[in-house]
Design a protein around this ligand. Structure first.
Ligand code: ZN
Length: 430
């Protein structure tokens, strides 16, 4: 006797007609034609059943603040940082908590159940850290939130940032962040990477830095982060976020850099939506895309997880909480259009990011947590193409969100009377 059986699901690995049984909040069986009783039986109708989406790079202290105190006119990263600096002194814990909780509602409705958020610790009041720690506790029953101590204005550049970052870690933030390309000089950037890796090593914490979010082909902070990872014995615990400069670097240099990153067991977290928008701003034409070298990193065995970075904030006036939007942009900007590449991008918004965040019990395997999303699509490639409705979002076997299927009614003479979008994919398009 099970608590729940989802019948006739398609799994991301291509298995069809699978029955997935849940007992005690965990996946207890996966097999076709399961002969068993359950408290509840749901017909998955052949739709894709996936583990939940995971966002390994986000800013929950800034989300949903678009327009406060004004809009970003130039659209650049630097005006976004300046605008956030104007907003920061006016932030209150109550407003931060309310915006973050509202965003988490949206995230859950999109099947996004784990988020790593950078938290700006530049303001010595640390109201952001206080608020996000409260949010981490309040959403814990439905969303796993990891918090990175992020010195937005520069670890050495901003007065008081060193002490504030230490204090925020003492308060309970989970991960050491950084922003070496925003320090005053390349040397200061390198020193900040070394100092922050030392702190992580001393405290036994992971590292996740904004690293080389620039179009500068000569920026060298990715190399420094890899080298300091090895020097401090942090292999497997360090992620580099953005890595945009790798787009502009000389190919010979990258042929040396990627193996160094692999040696350091670094993870890469590109943010395609925001970087296609922010980078290349000093170019006329050709205009660079500013997205790091995703297929080459994947080919080297480096874990690549895709993040949203921003939703409706000073840096990005778009975003929807949908990680399939992120995969969709990555697919186009990197030209990863083959079936195998689409599947790799689906992994980059699910299992890869779960691995980077160290999520326990994640996955569609017997014994894993019964955390699952039923999508109105037939396979991962179609999920990226359609960014379809999340018919069901489950955590520990409990339904957190439901969305009705998108079906359009037609009144066309001699034509079908309805359109169900997944039906339109040619069956041999694998
Ligand atoms: Zn970021």
């Amino acid at each position: 006797m099970f608590d729940l059986i989802l019948r006739d699901a398609t799994l991301p690995d291509g298995r069809t007609g699978q029955d997935v049984a849940v007992r005690g909040g965990k996946i207890a069986a996966i097999e076709p034609g399961l002969e068993a009783e359950a408290g509840e039986v749901i017909d998955a109708g052949g739709h894709l059943l996936s583990p939940p989406f995971v966002d390994p790079h986000f800013h929950m202290d800034a989300t949903l603040s678009l327009g406060l105190p004004r809009m970003n006119v130039s659209g650049t990263l630097l005006e976004g940082i300046a605008l956030w600096g104007e907003l920061r002194p006016t932030l209150t814990r109550e407003a931060l908590v309310e915006r973050a909780l509202r965003y988490c509602d949206l995230a859950v409705s999109k099947g996004l159940l784990a988020v790593r958020s950078h938290v700006d610790v530049s303001d010595p009041r640390l109201v952001t850290a206080e608020a996000l720690i409260e949010v981490r506790e309040r959403v814990a029953p439905y969303l796993e939130l990891q918090l990175v101590a992020f010195p937005q204005d520069g670890y050495f550049r901003a007065a008081g940032a060193e002490a504030a970052l230490t204090r925020s870690l003492d308060m309970g933030l989970d991960i050491v962040g950084g922003i070496p390309h925003f320090e005053r000089t390349m040397e200061d950037g390198a020193r900040s990477v070394a100092a922050l890796c030392r702190i992580a090593a001393d405290r036994g914490l992971p590292v996740d830095m904004h690293c080389d979010e620039t179009d500068d082909p000569l920026s060298r902070h990715v190399e420094t982060l890899a080298a300091e990872t090895i020097r401090h014995g942090l292999q497997g615990r360090v992620a580099g976020s953005h890595l945009s400069s790798m787009h502009s670097m000389d190919n010979y240099y990258v042929s040396k850099l990627i193996p160094l990153m692999a040696e350091a067991q670094m993870a890469a977290i590109p943010n395609p939506l925001i970087n296609i928008m922010l980078q290349g701003r000093h170019d006329t034409y050709p205009k660079r895309r500013g997205l790091t070298r995703i297929p080459e990193l994947m080919a080297a065995g480096i874990p690549v997880g895709l993040g949203q970075d921003c939703v409706l904030d000073p840096w990005y006036s778009m975003g929807s909480g949908d990680l399939l939007d992120v995969a969709h942009m990555a697919l186009h900007a990197t030209q990863m259009g083959s079936g195998v590449e689409k599947r790799a991008l689906f992994d980059a918004v699910t299992v890869n990011s779960a691995r980077i965040m160290g999520l326990e019990g994640y996955g569609l395997e017997v014994g894993c947590h019964a955390d699952m999303v039923l999508l109105q699509a037939r396979d991962p490639a179609e999920a990226i193409r359609l960014r379809p409705n999340r018919l069901l979002v489950l955590r520990r076997g409990r339904v957190l969100a439901e969305t009705a299927p998108e079906v359009s009614r037609l009144t066309l003479e001699g034509r079908p009377d309805s359109v169900d979008p997944p039906d339109y994919a040619p069956r041999n398009a694998i």
